[in-house]
Ligand binder design. Structure first.
Ligand code: NDP
Length: 396
């Protein structure tokens, strides 16, 4: 018997709830979010009274605890926003629940990405005998599990890791983000950062770029940006000499982004407008397309993977492990586009790894610290098949 509580009824939460509801390892399922009507719509589409719903403000620990004490979840799957990570972890500790998320904590007033805030919960989760699983989406998530799989089966030492994330889909809109616009714009407008020889090298935003070829897609201009899994991967694989994260952006997207920044609409500090305090990026979110609504007209594929160079049995090798996900296919199955799908499927699968006792432990864990084999054995069946290429030109 395993009771799962999902928090956040956005694009990702929709996919997680569908996958959790379809998995018999979960005996009871609840979806809770700020707006209950959104939870009800997701539950109604699944049908059969399988999914209970509730309203909760996940910034509020007493409210979370009231809900946790009533539903008694074994595991809480946090797919609200990164701002809520710490309050949900606090409530899990107070009520004896295990925890899983897909994005590291960010303070609201600073676009700053690091695991220190959540790693600081290590002793408390350990003492309570509870598991906290951090970053179990696609990136972070599957990218770190791909790296763990490479380290387990194909390398004695990983020396160079390049995570490559291509979205070659077209949604027909002039500008839209693929997941929560506020979080997405904060992430892609920050300075670039990568790891080399024990140090973090900082670049201007999008300063380093080159065309990379993606399987089944072709060449796309790819940009080095900072991404949170780099921090845990270089800690857990100390043989890594250089670790970078590349993301593709179209020229049209970058032009819009530049304008948004130049006119101050990406600001995260409050301003007064007509006597009311507003945060420009939050106002922008309200007028941009809801990422959940993009699915119906989204065509093309995403391709995300790890390009790795290292040593096995004294010989240098290269290795490329990746998944391609089709936006239309994702929409047909779940009513959401591929970015919500590629995030939600791993989150639900990670929770089922915990429920089946395959990923357990007392403390706070990044996903690469668990056995990658049972997860990857099921990832394809869940809709995200993966592929390997050996000793190919990695281009990076
Ligand atoms: P959405 O904005 O679509 O959904 C977020 C949901 O959380 C909304 O339903 C929102 O409620 C709810 N929410 C926000 N604040 C609160 C609160 N205080 N209390 C309760 N509920 C709240 O985002 P996405 O679904 O696109 O993304 C969800 C998460 O997934 C994000 O943290 C994002 O960073 C992460 N992500 C991770 C990826 C990965 O690969 N690891 C990739 C993509 C996303 P309301 O509907 O009322 O606004």
């Amino acid at each position: 018997m395993c009771k799962a509580l999902i928090i956040g009824a956005g694009g990702v939460g929709t996919v997680v709830t569908q996958k959790i509801a379809a998995n018999p390892v979960f005996t009871d399922v609840m979806l809770a979010s700020r707006t209950k009507s959104k939870c009800d719509a997701v539950a109604a589409a699944i049908g059969g009274n399988r999914v209970k719903t509730a309203e909760v403000d996940a910034d509020n620990v007493p409210q979370l605890c009231e809900l946790f004490r009533a539903f008694k979840p074994d595991i809480v799957i946090n797919v609200a926003l990164p701002y809520q990570d710490l309050t949900i972890m606090d409530a899990c500790l107070e009520c004896g629940c295990n925890y899983l998320d897909t994005a590291n904590y960010e303070p609201r007033d600073e676009a700053h990405f690091e695991y220190s805030w959540q790693w600081a919960y290590q002793d408390r989760f350990k003492a309570a005998g509870l598991t906290a699983i951090l970053g179990c989406g696609f990136d972070p998530g599957v990218t770190a599990i791909f790296t763990a799989y490479a380290a387990k089966h194909h390398f004695d030492e990983i020396h160079y890791l390049d995570i490559v994330d291509c979205n070659a889909g077209n949604h027909g809109m002039a500008f839209a983000t693929n997941f929560n616009p506020e979080i997405n714009i904060r992430e892609v407008t920050q300075k670039g950062r990568y790891y080399e020889n024990g140090e973090w090298v900082v670049t201007e935003p999008h300063e380093i770029h080159k065309p990379l070829n993606y399987p089944g897609i072709g060449e796309r201009e790819s940009y080095v940006i900072y991404h949170e899994e780099l921090e845990s991967l270089v800690k857990n694989y100390p043989s890594i000499r250089r670790a970078r994260f590349w993301m593709t952006f179209g020229q049209e997207y970058l032009t819009h982004l530049r304008v948004i920044q130049n006119i101050g609409m990406a600001r995260i500090d409050p301003i007064i407008y007509n006597g009311v305090e507003i945060v420009p990026i939050q106002f922008l979110k309200a007028v941009l397309p809801d990422p959940k609504s993009l699915g119906a007209n989204y065509h093309g594929q995403t391709s995300i993977g790890c390009r790795i160079k290292g040593v096995k049995d004294g010989k240098e090798h290269t290795y490329y492990i990746y998944n391609n996900c089709d936006h239309e296919q994702a929409f047909k199955e779940t009513g959401t586009q591929a970015v919500s799908f590629t995030t939600g499927v791993p989150a639900a699968l990670g929770a089922s790894m915990w429920a089946k006792g395959l990923w357990r432990g007392a403390g706070v864990f990044n996903v690469e610290e668990f056995d990658p084999d049972p997860f990857l054995a099921e990832l394809g069946e869940q809709g995200l098949p993966w592929h390997e290429l050996f000793d190919v030109d990695l281009e990076v």
